[in-house]
Ligand binder design. Structure first.
Ligand code: PLP
Length: 450
C-alpha cells in the first residue's frame, strides 16, 4: 500500500517544492530515512481525513484485529488514549480506571475534568501487577454510573487480564470498556488476543517491528467513530510522520513474515525458559506473555537494578528494573545471537549470587482521595521535603518512568504507606520524577490537610 505508492512516486523524480524542509537531500545521513520522509502531497492522502491509502491501511488493521474500525496514531498509544477517553467521557463524567493505569490515562482524566474512581489491582510476590480485583470492579459499577471503564492488558510485565469477563461486566452495567493494550499489538500472532472491548489502543512500536511511536486505536463500537476521529485530530499532529506510517504499512503487507518470525521467537523463548538457575528465577505463568522476560531477584542478595547493571556488563541493555525484578522485552526481531548472549549471561550471573531473605513489599495503593485530580491541579503548590510531607495532599503525580504508573496522584493524601513505597523505590535506586528529596503538595486555603 503506502510503501508501493512511495516507491512509484520516487521513480517519477518530482522536485519537492514542499515540506519537509530537508527536501530528501542526500547531504544528510541516509540512515535517518530523509529519502522516504514525505508529507500530504497529492496521492499520499491525509491521515487526519483519510480518503485513499490510509482508508486501506486502517481497514487492514481492523481486519487483522477483528474489529469494526481502526485509526492510526503516529503519536503513540498516548494520543489514542487521550482521544478515546475524550470521545467517551468528557465534561465531569465519572470514570473507573485501573489504579495501575499509565500516566496517559490519568492525564486524560485531568484534562477532561473527570471524576475518577479506581479498580484495585493484585500484585504477585515480586510486586508485578497480575490482575484486577473483580469484586472491586463489580462493587464500583453496582454503586455508581460510569461513562467508561479503563483497564490495561497486557501489563508492562506481560500479565493478561480476562478481558471477556471484564467486557461482560461492563455491558451489564452499561459502561464502555476502553482497553489499554499498548503492550499487546503482537498478541494476534500468539493466540492470546481477544477482541472483547469497545475501544482498544495498541502500540505497534512496542512489540512489532514498527518505528517509535507507531500505534492504533481499535474500535468495536461504531457509534463512537465520529467523535473518536475528531478527538484524534485534536491529539494527533497535523503532520504525521510518513516514515512511521511506512513502518506500519510494512507490517500490514507482511503478516505472513510476522507469523514466521513469531514461530522463531516462541522457539527461542522455550529454550530460554528451560535454563536452570539457582538464585534468579524466570517468571512463567499461563496468563503471562512469555516475550516479557521477567526475572525475579527475590530471595537473592541483589535487587533488580543491580541485575540490570550486571547484565549491562555482559553487553545487555534491559527494559526496566524494579526492586525485586528486571524486565526484558523480546520481540519478533530478536536473533538467536541475542538469546544465546542472554542465556549465558544469566547462568554466569546466577552463579555469583547468594540466597538472601531480602523481602520487598511493593503494592500499588489507592491513597485517600481528598480532591479530584483536576481540582488538585488548580491549587497553588509548594515543594517540601518528602520526610515532612505525611498528612499533606499531593500537588502532582509521583511515578517511576518506566513504567509511568503513578504511585501518588494529585489530590491524594500522602500517608505512611505512600511514603514507605517512595522510600523503598528510592532506596533501590529507582528514579522517581521528584525534584531531589522534595515533593509537591497543594496549598489549600480551606485548610483541608495542608
Ligand atoms: C500501559 C501503557 N499504556 C500506554 C503507554 C503509552 O504508549 P506510547 O509510548 O505508544 O505512547 C505506555 C508506554 O509505555 C504504557 O506502558
Amino acid at each position: 500500500m503506502l510503501n508501493k505508492i512511495i516507491d512509484n512516486y520516487l521513480k517519477e523524480n518530482y522536485y519537492p517544492f514542499h515540506m519537509p524542509g530537508h527536501k530528501r537531500s542526500e547531504i544528510f545521513d541516509s540512515n535517518l530515512g530523509y529519502g522516504r520522509d514525505f508529507t500530504e502531497i497529492d496521492g499520499l492522502d491525509n491521515l487526519n481525513d483519510p480518503k485513499e491509502v490510509f482508508v486501506d491501511m486502517e481497514r487492514k488493521i481492523a481486519e487483522t484485529y477483528d474489529v469494526k474500525d481502526a485509526i492510526i496514531s503516529t503519536n503513540g498509544s498516548t494520543s489514542g488514549i487521550l482521544a478515546s477517553i475524550r470521545a467517551i467521557s468528557q465534561n465531569n463524567k465519572n470514570i473507573l480506571i485501573q489504579r495501575s493505569s499509565h500516566k496517559a490515562v490519568y492525564n486524560a482524566c485531568l484534562i477532561n475534568k473527570l471524576k475518577v474512581d479506581y479498580i484495585g489491582v493484585k500484585t504477585n510476590d515480586i510486586g508485578a501487577i497480575v490482575d484486577i480485583s473483580f469484586e472491586d470492579l463489580e462493587d464500583k459499577l453496582k454503586n455508581k454510573t460510569y461513562s467508561a471503564v479503563v483497564v490495561t492488558s497486557p501489563s508492562y510485565e506481560g500479565y493478561i487480564l480476562d478481558i471477556e469477563r471484564i467486557y461482560k461486566i461492563c455491558k451489564k452495567y452499561k459502561a464502555k470498556l476502553i482497553l489499554d493494550m499498548a503492550h499487546g499489538s503482537h498478541l494476534f500472532l500468539t493466540g492470546a488476543y481477544k477482541n472483547t472491548f469497545d475501544i482498544a489502543i495498541t502500540s505497534f512500536h512496542k512489540n512489532l517491528p514498527a518505528l517509535t511511536p507507531a500505534a492504533a486505536v481499535l474500535i468495536n463500537d461504531e457509534q463512537i467513530v465520529k467523535d473518536l476521529r475528531f478527538a484524534m485530530s485534536i491529539f494527533q499532529t497535523s503532520s504525521p510522520s510518513y516514515l512511521i506510517l511506512q513502518s506500519i504499512d510494512y507490517i500490514l503487507e507482511n503478516i505472513g513474515e510476522m507469523e514466521i518470525l513469531n514461530q522463531k521467537l516462541q522457539a527461542n523463548l522455550v529454550d530460554l525458559y528451560k535454563i536452570k538457575l539457582k538464585n534468579l528465577s524466570l517468571i512463567d505463568d499461563k496468563n503471562k506473555d512469555r516475550s516479557k522476560i521477567l526475572i525475579s531477584t527475590k530471595n537473592t542478595n541483589i535487587n533488580g537494578k543491580t541485575l540490570a547493571n550486571l547484565l549491562k556488563e555482559e553487553k545487555i541493555e534491559i527494559e526496566m528494573a524494579y526492586p525485586s525484578y528486571a524486565l526484558l522485552i523480546a520481540s519478533l526481531c530478536d536473533r538467536d545471537k541475542g538469546f544465546d548472549l542472554l542465556k549465558n549471561a544469566l547462568i554466569k550471573i546466577d552463579k555469583t549470587l547468594e540466597k538472601s531473605a531480602y523481602l520487598f513489599n511493593f503494592t500499588y495503593q489507592s491513597p485517600q482521595k481528598i480532591y479530584q485530580i483536576y481540582e488538585a491541579m488548580d491549587f497553588d503548590s509548594e515543594l517540601i521535603k518528602i520526610e515532612n510531607s505525611q498528612g499533606r495532599i499531593a500537588g502532582g503525580f509521583t511515578y517511576a518512568y518506566p513504567p509511568g504508573i503513578p504511585i501518588l496522584a494529585p489530590g491524594e493524601l500522602i500517608d505512611s504507606k505512600v511514603l514507605e513505597n517512595i522510600n523503598n523505590l528510592q532506596k533501590n535506586n529507582i528514579r522517581l520524577n521528584l525534584v531531589g528529596k522534595s515533593i509537591a503538595v497543594i496549598i489549600d486555603k480551606m485548610n483541608k490537610n495542608c
